[in-house]
Ligand binder design. Structure first.
Ligand SMILES: *Cc1c(COP(=O)(O)O)cnc(C)c1O
Length: 468
């Protein structure tokens, strides 16, 4: 049976799937990884070719949750997680042009790929908490693009309350409404009179207050949670199976618009499980720490600039630590040293052997906002396909790769529906992307939120009051 260890725990204390899902981040600041990687052999892969999404996801996820969740329970959780998706394939594979495919991951309730993982994580939390007869309070901050996915994932779950902070008046109408029109009793939207950074500071302060944290049983659903990663591995396997069923392809490359490295890390796991993967292609916007790292071998932060693809505006890619852990021979002591050096002193470089192994697995492309707009327009003109400013960066990375590897099919991850970013789409294609039918009345729906000052006590008192 698989267990989990923290990348920074030198004693390699083994935890269960339940522990790591509820913990999120390990107490030592490291990330949880499984003690081994389950395999799917080529014959079994072939036998899965025409299995629907839920069946594939079940096969992929089961070995990671064994001992905590029964096989038929897992199946039910998956059915519930993906029942509100608007496409029968859950994640349909679309052919764009010769050897270039898109996996559309945006058919969930909030129109972005976060739903693929969070809808599953919400079910998982609820299941585990009921089993343990516990309740948690999820607290988070959002600049607008990711809060709604967490809210949709947790709404109506009896074991969870969600307090989501966003900067008052500084998110778009669509972003706010995707959060505030969820009227479930366990969802609290708080608009803070301040910036996104203020919201994040408030959340950090609550987590750092040990007494409050304990009293309220605070938890988070952030992108380093293993429960999210494992749900994402499923669609890499599914995409490969679809492609090989359609074209007989034996190998594939994956292109991924990358921020925190959660999505592409799942591709790395799928590849380790047996999906024949030629290359994992990282696409970044101007926040290009990984691009620079692969180019120069030096990991160095550079601040964050706002771009047209806000969900990829990151300073460091947290999940990258998990790959580093493997490449450093799972040496927790060496990895901890490197990570602490990076946080406290600054830039670090790695051994040339590690760098060459890394470059065998990954390559990276970078696109600024002008290139992003240009690529959206060109793709639309050539194919009539509208890609959002995140998805197009994957397409750009895929096209870069195809220049030198024209015979390897590339599946690029489409991470958001174009209607989430209407201004950029309108400007580059001249066409307004409509919201899909299930959200068409978003602007008429009733909203509920509470405006609070940028004041820690005010927020804590609000949470205490609502919980009592
Ligand atoms: C979160 C997000 C990304 C980045 O994914 P990571 O797992 O952080 O690399 C890309 N596109 C969209 C639309 C997102 O919401």
């Amino acid at each position: 049976m698989l267990h989990y260890i923290s990348t920074r725990d030198q004693s390699a204390t083994e935890k269960t799937f339940e522990d790591v899902v509820l913990d999120g981040l390990a107490p030592d600041g490291g990330l949880y990884v499984p003690t081994g990687c389950p395999l799917i052999d080529p014959d079994e892969l072939k036998s899965l070719q025409n299995v629907p999404y839920i069946g594939v996801a079940h096969r992929v996820i089961l070995p990671f949750v064994e001992g905590c969740i029964e096989s038929d329970e897992l199946y039910q959780l998956l059915e519930r997680a993906y029942k509100d998706f608007q496409h029968q394939d859950i994640a349909p594979l679309v052919e764009l042009k010769d050897n270039l495919y898109l996996l559309e991951l945006f058919h969930g309730p909030t129109l972005a790929f976060k739903d693929m993982a969070l809808q599953f994580l919400g079910q998982m939390f609820d299941h585990v908490l009921h089993k343990q007869n516990r309740k948690l309070t999820i607290v988070g901050a959002t600049s607008g693009d990711t809060g709604s996915a967490a809210i949709e994932a947790c709404k109506d779950k009896g074991s969870l309350d969600v307090f989501m902070l966003h900067p008052h008046g500084r998110v778009t109408d669509v972003q706010r409404r995707q959060m505030t029109t969820v009227l479930s009793d366990n969802i609290y939207n708080i608009a803070i009179e301040g910036s996104f950074d203020d919201c994040q500071d408030l959340v950090k302060a609550m987590f750092n207050d040990a007494e409050f944290r304990q009293e309220m049983q605070l938890s988070a659903v952030n992108s380093i949670n293993w429960g999210r990663i494992v749900a994402q591995v499923a669609y890499y396997v599914f995409a490969y199976l679809k492609l090989s069923a359609m074209t007989g392809a034996e190998k594939v490359a994956f292109a991924v618009p990358t921020g925190n490295f959660g999505n592409i890390y799942a591709g790395y796991i799928a590849s380790s499980m047996g999906v024949p993967t030629e290359k994992l292609l990282i696409g970044t916007n101007s926040n290009d720490i990984l691009f620079r790292f692969l180019q120069t071998g030096c990991m160095q932060t550079n601040g964050v600039v706002p771009t047209l693809s806000p969900s990829m505006d990151i300073q460091i890619s947290s999940n990258f630590e998990r790959v580093l852990f493997d490449l450093m021979g799972r040496d927790a002591e060496a990895l901890t040293g490197t990570m602490i050096y990076f946080r406290t002193k600054g830039p670090f470089s790695l051994d040339t052997n590690i760098m060459s192994r890394l470059r065998e697995l990954f390559s990276a492309s970078r696109f600024d906002d002008d290139q992003t707009m240009e690529m959206i327009k060109t793709l639309y003109t050539d194919t009539r396909y509208t890609a959002d400013p995140h998805s197009i960066i994957g397409v750009g990375a895929a096209e870069d790769y195809l220049k030198t590897h024209p015979d390897t099919p590339v599946i690029s991850m489409a991470t958001a529906h174009p209607a989430k970013f209407p201004e950029a789409i309108m400007k580059s294609t001249g066409t307004f992307p409509d919201l899909p039918p299930h959200l068409a009345d978003l602007h008429e729906r009733e909203e509920r939120m509470t405006v609070l000052p940028n004041d820690l006590d005010a927020v804590k008192n609000f949470i205490r009051k609502e919980k009592s």
